[in-house]
Write a protein that binds this ligand. Structure first.
Ligand code: C2O
Ligand code: CU
Length: 528
């Protein structure tokens, strides 16, 4: 493997100077591959091979799980199916979903519970289920060919784990671009000692929609994006079951041209979606949330999109941001929020009297998703309403600070891992360090270390970067919010600190599902 050589040639002297101890090691990847654990040797690092890493079901993982305790068991059964979905306004599509509904039925548990969810796979291809944002036991993280075997068509898999932290989370497959179908649902973890007081809760899941519209599928969209690739060869990236379905050549072009956003530093996205949804509905037939004037409502907002950042505002209301990615922040007032794919924000609002549009503007794509808050009489605003709050104060994660109760204690990093984002639209070769994902390349850490991830982004696009199994502190400034997904702008740097306290093999990837599938993913591995 030339992983290390490539990485070194890309990063040049900076890697050697930094002495990051980045490793390239080979394992069988669970598929009996021919590699024999002959990793490249990075300056100052070691090359332990696959055997040097904690295994997803290893003793270290089980020990960590035992410390989480055993709360009451919450049993859930979920079936992934191919089904028609009524998105409203006369639009019914055939897609894949959890049950017959979009989003899937919310799962609601209390921190400390044990969740026992049986996933039945009635889809025509293998799937998996990832618990986005949860610091759970590694073998339940749902990454096929890394932490578990793919769940085959007709098979079931029981996800069983202690739920560690309260907050707003969600789940989706980690198989190919399945997440860009209807396979997603919120996971709400209640706090047994909830410090906030509010009257009602409104869970809001945002999505960009293409599946089943005029013959389009996410696989066909990926196929079209990849046609931009020069040289034509893209065989080196066999993700097992993910590539079994050959893209449908039918359907109109979904390539996005010229989507621009200042907030996102330029190019806003790759995919021109025909629809944008709040809780599975088009703006022509929005979900209506009922409340009384003066009630305090906690909005839990999830961006389940594939390639769209949303700018969210509630017409006629100021929002108080209380959490991001499940963790509390110092309360911050704003008129609108920018939410990248995979991010979550909780906000409090005090309901006015009337009917108000909750609008999610597809940032840079000149289209919106809509829901309504109704507390009284009045005519509902039209499908294309854009409340003026959208262009007032717009908050991004940089504008937040962690709540004192969860602020990452300041500590000098024991290890710094530098990752350079790479690739572009021309070849659709999104990757880290110029090398597409392979499950047997791991960035090594040791349990107990304070680790600093430094992502530099010389690409032309923004990327929402996600780390599994941990909640880092945004270290671009002191006291930054705790997050598991954070946006890095073009020519920007994202510095994320975390304590290595959850052993296993954990994905680091862009949460643009097309970038991830093109190769913008890698693995963080705990050394034994
Ligand atoms: Cu929400 Cu690796 O994913
Ligand atoms: Cu990306």
């Amino acid at each position: 493997m030339s992983t290390y050589i490539t990485r070194r040639s890309l990063l040049g002297a900076s890697l050697a100077a930094a002495g990051t101890g980045v490793l390239a090691a080979c394992s069988g990847g669970g598929n009996g591959g021919g590699h024999e654990g002959h990793g490249g040797k990075a300056p100052g690092g070691t090359a332990p091979g696959a055997k040097g890493f904690v295994e997803p079901g290893g003793k270290e993982v089980l020990d960590a799980e035992a410390k989480r305790g055993k709360g009451p068991v919450r049993k859930v059964r979920l079936t992934a199916v191919a089904t028609p979905l009524d998105l409203g306004g006369g639009l019914t599509v055939r897609s894949w979903a959890y049950g017959d509904r979009l989003p899937g039925q919310e799962v609601r548990v209390t921190a400390g519970d044990t969740l026992a969810l049986t996933l039945a796979n009635n889809l025509p291809q293998s799937t998996s289920l990832h618990w986005h944002g949860l610091a759970l036991r590694n073998d339940m993280d749902g990454v096929p060919d890394l932490t578990q075997k793919p769940v085959k068509p007709g098979a079931t898999f029981e996800y069983r784990f202690a739920v560690p932290h309260p907050g707003t989370y969600w789940f989706h497959p980690h198989s190919g671009v399945q997440q860009d179908r209807g396979l997603y649902a919120p996971l709400i973890v209640e706090d047994p000692r909830e410090p906030l007081t509010y009257d009602k809760e409104w869970v809001i899941v945002l999505d960009d929609w293409v599946d089943g519209v005029d013959g389009s599928t996410p696989d066909a969209v990926l196929g079209e994006l990849r046609k931009g690739m020069s040289g034509g060869g893209h065989e080196g990236h066999d993700m097992g079951a993910m590539t079994t379905e050959s893209p449908d050549p039918g359907g109109p072009s979904r390539m996005m041209m010229g989507a621009k956003s200042d907030l996102l530093g330029g190019d806003a996205g790759d995919v021109a979606y025909p629809h944008y949804l709040v809780n599975g509905r088009t703006p022509q037939a929005p979900v209506v949330f009922g409340a009384k004037p003066g009630e305090r409502i906690r909005l839990r907002i999830v961006n389940a999109g594939g390639d769209t950042a949303f700018r969210v505002a509630l017409g006629g209301h100021e929002m108080t941001v209380t959490h991001t990615d499940g963790f509390p922040v110092a309360h911050t007032k704003t008129d609108a929020l920018l939410i990248g794919m995979g991010e979550r924000y909780d906000v409090l609002v005090t309901a006015g009297d009337g009917v108000f549009p909750l609008v999610a503007l597809a940032e840079g794509k000149d289209a919106t998703a809509l829901a309504l808050l109704r507390t009284g009489g009045g005519t509902a605003p039209g499908a294309s309403v854009r409340p003026k709050e959208l262009t007032r104060r717009v908050l991004t994660a940089d504008g937040l600070r962690a709540d004192a109760s969860v602020a990452l204690p300041s500590r000098k990093p024991d290890r710094t891992i530098r990752i350079a984002l790479s690739g572009g639209m021309e070849k659709y070769d999104w990757a880290f360090d110029g090398k597409p994902y392979t499950p047997d390349v791991r960035h090594a850490v040791r349990a107990g270390e304070r680790v600093r991830l430094v992502f530099s982004n010389p690409t032309q696009m923004w990327h929402p970067l996600h780390l599994h199994g941990h909640t880092f502190g945004l270290a671009n400034r002191a006291g930054g919010p705790r997050k598991d997904t954070a946006v890095v702008l073009p020519n920007g740097t994202l510095t994320a600190d975390f304590d290595a306290d959850n052993p296993g093999l954990w994905m680091i990837h862009c949460h643009n599902v097309y970038h991830a599938e093109a190769g913008m993913m890698t693995v963080l591995g705990y050394l034994k």
